[in-house]
Design a protein around this ligand. Structure first.
Ligand SMILES: Nc1ncnc2c1ncn2[C@@H]1O[C@H](COP(=O)(O)OP(=O)(O)O)[C@@H](O)[C@H]1O
Ligand SMILES: [Mg+2]
Length: 317
């Protein structure tokens, strides 16, 4: 399931996707690093998988942050780019055509030649064990190539790095489905009980749900979650499967569904999580399983879909 995507490549409004992803990007790089986004006006749409693009931007921003341990500045630029003909000097593997170029620029450490030469290799990392997986740039590369675009790196040791993503322009904007990220919802705020023990993942999910205008009630284990469920009105349960304490996500979902059988339930799980908590047999039938790691777009899409279905009176999915 890794790499499986909820959204196929589609005409995507790049300026909107960058605007929508911006709060997550800022949150991913933390304080001490300023993020700017000079976007060209009249930026074209690109034909891409929006969830993968969002992941790529987060990967690139985190790399930029890691290259600036004492803080610094990241600029996410986006411009329309037309390649008229192939030239010998051309550094990037692109066929002539129209592209949206997104550049993530930092003023950090830069890369030595031997690092640059291997930067796109899967599992290549210069970071300490546990700090880097070496999968960031190789994933970005795979995504760009599969989209019919490409990626290039400009870097100077001690000066900084710019990673350029070239994404093919969307041919037609008739069948537009915009990014599933923040769509302002009118009216009453639904409340979501978010249960996740990892503080970073919880903050990420809370930001996404908060951006969608839901009220987010956070709990770090199943026992606390149950207490909150009893105290507050809850419209949806979104829980991790592996949790510390006496209730894992599946048991929490069963307990809550026994009290409110129509409550929408989403369980976030990797295959590893399921294997380590007794498998899939005791996952409640009503629950939707969201594969980990999930992107903001995937999370937004699944939550909105469930609330939409509920509003239109359909049961299940
Ligand atoms: N913005 C950057 N500035 C300097 N070096 C970078 C930058 N981005 C990537 N690198 C180098 O490329 C290597 C591979 O990056 P990546 O594939 O994202 O793996 P990881 O971040 O897990 O190490 C990094 O370990 C680092 O040496
Ligand atoms: Mg990385």
């Amino acid at each position: 399931m890794r790499g499986h995507s909820l959204w196929p490549p589609q005409a995507t409004e790049i300026s909107k996707l960058i605007d929508d992803t911006f709060p997550l990007l800022e949150r991913s790089v933390g304080v001490g690093v300023k993020v700017e986004k000079p976007l060209a006006p009249d930026l074209w749409w690109a034909q891409v998988d929006p969830g993968q693009l969002e992941n790529a931007l987060i990967n690139l921003a985190v790399n930029a942050r890691d290259a600036m341990p004492d803080g610094g500045r990241i600029a996410i630029k986006a411009e329309n780019f037309r390649l008229k003909r192939r030239t010998r000097k051309q550094k990037v593997n692109l066929v002539p055509g129209e592209y949206v170029r997104i550049s993530v620029q930092d003023n950090g450490s830069g890369m030595a030649e031997e690092v640059l030469a291997r930067a796109f290799e899967p599992f290549f990392t210069t970071k300490a064990f546990g700090d880097g997986s070496g999968l960031g740039l190789s994933t970005v590369y795979g995504f760009a190539e599969q989209s019919g675009g490409s990626v290039s790196i400009d870097t100077q040791l001690g000066r900084g790095t710019t990673v350029n993503l070239f994404l093919p322009q969307a041919e037609s904007i008739k069948t537009i489905v915009s990014s599933a990220l923040p769509i302002e919802t009118e009216g009453e705020k639904e409340s979501i009980l978010l249960v996740e023990d990892n503080a970073d993942v919880r903050a990420f999910a809370a930001t996404v749900l908060d951006n969608l205008n839901y009220t987010v009630i956070e709990a770090e284990n199943g026992d606390d979650a149950l207490v909150m469920f009893e105290k507050m009105p809850i419209d949806l349960l979104f829980s991790d499967v592996l949790l510390p304490g006496s209730l894992n996500g599946k048991a929490l979902a069963r307990t809550i569904l026994a009290r409110d059988p129509t409550l929408p339930v989403v369980l976030a799980s990797g295959n590893w999580d399921l294997a380590n908590s007794g498998g899939t047999s005791d996952v409640p039938e009503e629950a939707i399983v969201l594969q980990k790691p999930y992107t903001a777009t995937q999370l937004s899409a699944i939550i909105q879909k469930l609330f939409d279905e509920q509003k239109s009176g359909r049961v299940g999915s």
